[in-house]
Ligand binder design. Sequence first.
Ligand code: NIG
Ligand code: FE
Length: 447
Amino acid sequence: MVASFSTGPEIMSAEDSERIVIRNALVLTMECDNPHEVESTSAVLLGARKECDIVIENGVITAIGANEAANITGARVIQGKGCVVMPGLVDCHTHPVFAGSRATETVLKAQGLSYEEVASRGGGIVVSMRATRAASVAELKASYLQRARKAVSRGVVAWEAKTGYGLNVEQELRLLQCLYEAHSDSKESKCLPAIAPTVLGPHAASPELHGLDNYIQALIDAIPQFASLSQKYSAAKNIRPLAVDIFLERNYFTREQADRWLSAALQHGLDVHIHADEFSRSGGCETAIALAHRAEQSAQRKRAQGRVLSVDHLQYATDTDLVRLQTLGVMPVILPLTSFFSNIAYVEARKLRSSGVRAAIASDFNPGSAPLNSLWFAGFLALVKGGFSVPEVLTGITSNAAYAMGAEKTHGTLRTGSRANLIMFEGDVPEDFFASPMGDHLKLVIL
Ligand code: NIG
Ligand code: FE
């Protein structure tokens, strides 16, 4: 199946052609030893190969190198001259199941109100909760699918997708079910991003709740239900195992609540993420460090557990936090669109670079704090506002992002033997990624 968009790139499912070859492109494999290195060129750091062919057979990359495709017959041939090929983008933090608009909040924030002030005046997450609860499953699925297709047309081949606008157990289960159903039609799912679903039940307090501790307990009691839903779809190729998340922040959820919810999930074998240290030093990083440390000890005792995959936002994280997290294998995730729309500080690359820490970059796409479904633009902002270098951005939205959603084996790099998830844009050097902020020069997406 070839879905072509009148103004966007060609989108191909690699499974539909027995053999595809791309000829003579600049290929960025993302086999990158140290993206912070400043002496070397971006091309070297990103494992670039000039005038390179890629051979794809039955969805798998079987060769990468000069003249590899010269003698291949019966293949669909794509001319890559004047183009750059790199792994498809991986958006490791999104909130794409919602209804309604919160454009008035964007206006209020532009006029000087903070995200927290908007929320305290009755705006924020509960506004999306009301609209989302009022929408039918069919409506939610349809709008989700449009967003997922849009993400692909902007180069995203895998994304992490959070629930979080249900805010009670029954509604959160309904949103999770929507995500699974949207990805379970095998014809449709071939041209959707691979998905890593995440339950973000503890996102905010809904008005009907009698205390957040009770809500956390109800969510913990429901873990087997969330997990069995995930189990039901575990055979689907492009659906990753389920994870959980929490908004750990003043006026939202506390460290103790985060510790209870995330520990229970880890013990159940689920992976975890944390919205951490965004508006204040709220203990998100410290919680992640403690949990990852315990998970490591359990692993040594050969007790099966989930992994602490990522800590996200991090405006108030310290260098020591970041180094400790890296040692424990937890990926920091930077969300520049949230800084852009909510007028808060950008996390600067300098801070990561000086401590030698790698980070992922994600869109945080959601109806409130980041109403733009574009990882490309998030990478662009990381470059121009966060001071990230070209290799730091490009690894941040591919290989590091894949790690942050537990998909490093299948996404984020180009290697022989791996599944073909890649993009091709017009350009001659890695810097050409930034030729347009939303990726208007993207020509081809192969999933
Ligand atoms: O990641 N920080 C918490 N959650 C979202 C905001 C969601 C919303 O405002 O609807 C975020 O920015
Ligand atoms: Fe978020």
